[in-house]
Design a protein around this ligand. Sequence first.
Ligand SMILES: C[S@@+](CC[C@H](N)C(=O)[O-])C[C@H]1O[C@@H](n2cnc3c(N)ncnc32)[C@H](O)[C@@H]1O
Length: 205
Amino acid sequence: MARPWFDHFRFAAPFYDRVLAGGEPAATVLDALALPVDGWLLDAGGGTGRVSARLLGRVGGVVVIDASGAMLRQAQAKGGLHPTLGYTEALPFPAGAFARILVVDAFHHFYRHAEAASELWRVLAPGGRLVILEPNIARWPVRLVALGEKLLLMRSRFYSAAALEALIGGQAGAQVRVDTTSAPYYIMLVASKAAQPAGSEAGRS
Ligand SMILES: C[S@@+](CC[C@H](N)C(=O)[O-])C[C@H]1O[C@@H](n2cnc3c(N)ncnc32)[C@H](O)[C@@H]1O
């Protein structure tokens, strides 16, 4: 995938965790992830590993994939995480590699959303869960943030709850639930992947 012309997060990386201090995963996110689990967790667009570092010990291991090398250097410094430079639109992992996938405040930054969604779904194991936390563009403070990102030429694209539900719900064997009330400015989408891909039940004649 062609690299973006500019990495906005390069400048934010050294301060990112301090600015968002206290950003531990909310109880609703932890519930949604249904931890502990033996399998591995992928933190897609995971940046400094701010969120997923707090999940170490509750999963088999954590891979943080991100397009920004500067953000990943912060993740590396935390220890225990597996930072990987790359794009969610072309994940360098085999199908079904992760029991859990988390995307916090990153989906709107991805470049090609349909490709990102299908890649996330491909690497999610049957019976696994994908949790996406996205700023809720229906709320006016988020609209101001969106405007700020536009002015910074960040090319963000915010999905409404319904559009996000349609995009992820369209993946094979996806069962999706969307929560727009637990956190005032966020959409939380939880998608469970059927343990058996549709149409492959054992013993079918
Ligand atoms: C707002 S930060 C969120 C970081 C982290 N999830 C958190 O909540 O602390 C968004 C991150 O998404 C990354 N990103 C943007 N586009 C990406 C893509 N196509 N694939 C992977 N990461 C991407 C950025 O480099 C940045 O680190």
